[in-house]
Design a protein around this ligand. Structure first.
Ligand code: COS
Length: 381
């Protein structure tokens, strides 16, 4: 396994890096303080092809592979975790669900709007009482003639208020089995569909997280994604890709924090010399660099398998678990290297620290990843 990326991925890196430095970096603290979700920034990223990285060109996307997608999420997240998170959720959850399980007409209708960034997507699996136990959801869809009537609420949804379209997974059978949920596409403006409470969060504050509420929301059967009863299994497959995204987001945050801390350790002087000369700091730098590289290697393996259309459940869970824990650790050490300065909003690392924590929770906690890794590993014996 090598760190070499192909020419296309390098071009994408330059594009994403340039966009992040000109259109994201100057505003991150302002957005963070006010919890502003900068929808316009996503429309602009759409014009550059960053909102449909994995979508084939025939549906208006960039038609790139996971290796290039990794670079996009990482470069944006190095500058701002919030924007990286929203970009990842849009690409890998809502858009990927339609790409993986939509009928041809559904793909032709929705993917060009999502890939161009004209529409921002949301994905509704989680509910207030069912986070890790996602299969136990309470939101229902009842068939009436050629329509479905949705009732219930989804919680912790990225773009729950600002999205123009959402993929929603609802119970279509009796509780207690994993074959009783179905996925639907719900457009904003459909009567009975509204955005609810917006969360006030520790980090990732410029990425909107909100409830989606369904009150006798009537959807045509043509908006059903795949077969009745497949919602949970589809979601698990979507999350295999989503977890790679969160791993990329994590490594982006870790690299952002690391680069800031490494530079600072060479500039900051104590006892008459730069603090990087002290072994206490050097050992931290060594651990941070090694763990970031290890996380990146796990991600590259998962991306390679995904690009080969192989099952990636175990490798995606490993990459997500390890990279997210590394992000928290690296951001914590970065603050330690910055000392008192790192604890203030004058320096960049406190934001990396707050943003990083989400990565060990969203799209399956570290504990859920360990369950998945253990099960998949033991299956081989
Ligand atoms: N790919 C394809 N199929 C999968 C799969 C995957 N990655 N994971 C599970 N399935 C299938 C199983 O094979 C099983 O199929 P059968 O009924 O045909 O045997 C079915 O789905 C049910 O799987 P399982 O029995 O493992 O379901 P559990 O309820 O035990 O759930 C965990 C397993 C805990 C792994 C799952 O609920 C999970 O990932 N929870 C976290 C959800 C999450 O990440 N939420 C955050 C979303 S934030 S956007």
């Amino acid at each position: 396994m090598s760190f070499a990326t192909d020419e296309i991925a390098e071009q994408v890196r330059t594009l994403a890096r340039d966009f992040a430095s000109r259109h994201i970096k100057p505003y991150i603290m302002q957005w963070d303080e006010a919890q502003t979700f900068p929808a316009e920034t996503f429309h602009e990223m759409g014009k550059l092809g960053l909102m449909g990285v994995l979508v084939p060109e025939v549906y208006g996307g960039s038609g790139l592979n996971y290796a290039a997608y990794k670079v996009v999420i990482e470069e944006i997240s190095k500058v701002c975790g919030s924007i990286g998170l929203s970009l990842a959720a849009h690409n890998s959850l809502c858009t990927s669900h339609i790409l993986l399980f939509g009928k041809e007409e559904q793909k032709r209708k929705y993917l060009p709007l999502l890939a161009s960034g004209e529409w921002i997507g949301a994905w509704g699996l989680t509910e207030a009482s069912t986070g890790s136990d996602a299969g136990n959801m309470q939101c229902t869809a009842k068939k009436e003639g050629n329509t479905w009537i949705l009732n219930g609420a989804k919680s912790w949804i990225t773009h729950g208020k600002s999205s123009q379209v959402a993929v929603v997974i609802a119970r279509t059978g009796e509780p207690g089995t994993r074959n009783n949920t179905t996925a639907f596409v719900v457009e904003r403006g459909t009567p009975g569909f509204s955005g609810g409470k917006k969360e006030n969060k520790l980090g990732m504050r410029a990425s909107e997280t909100a409830e989606m509420i369904f009150d006798n929301c009537i959807i045509p059967d043509e908006n059903r994604l795949g077969n009745v009863g497949e919602g949970f299994k589809q979601s698990m497959q979507v999350l295999d890709g989503g977890r790679i995204s969160i791993a990329c987001l994590s490594v982006g945050i870790a690299k952002g924090a690391f680069e800031a801390a490494a530079k600072y350790s060479k500039e900051r002087r104590q006892f008459g010399q730069p603090i990087c000369n002290f072994q206490g700091i050097g050992f931290k730098i060594a651990d941070m660099a090694t763990e970031i590289d290890a996380a990146e290697l796990l991600i590259m393996r998962a991306c390679e398998l995904k690009d080969q259309h192989k099952k990636v459940t175990r490798e995606a869970a490993m990459a997500k678990y390890y990279a997210s824990e590394v992000a928290v650790k690296v951001a914590t050490e970065a603050i330690q290297i910055f000392g008192g300065n790192g604890y203030t909003k004058e320096f960049p690392v406190e934001k990396f620290y707050r943003d990083a924590k989400l990565c060990t929770i969203g799209e399956g906690t570290s504990e859920i990843q360990k369950i998945v890794i253990a099960r998949e590993t033991l299956n081989g014996f």
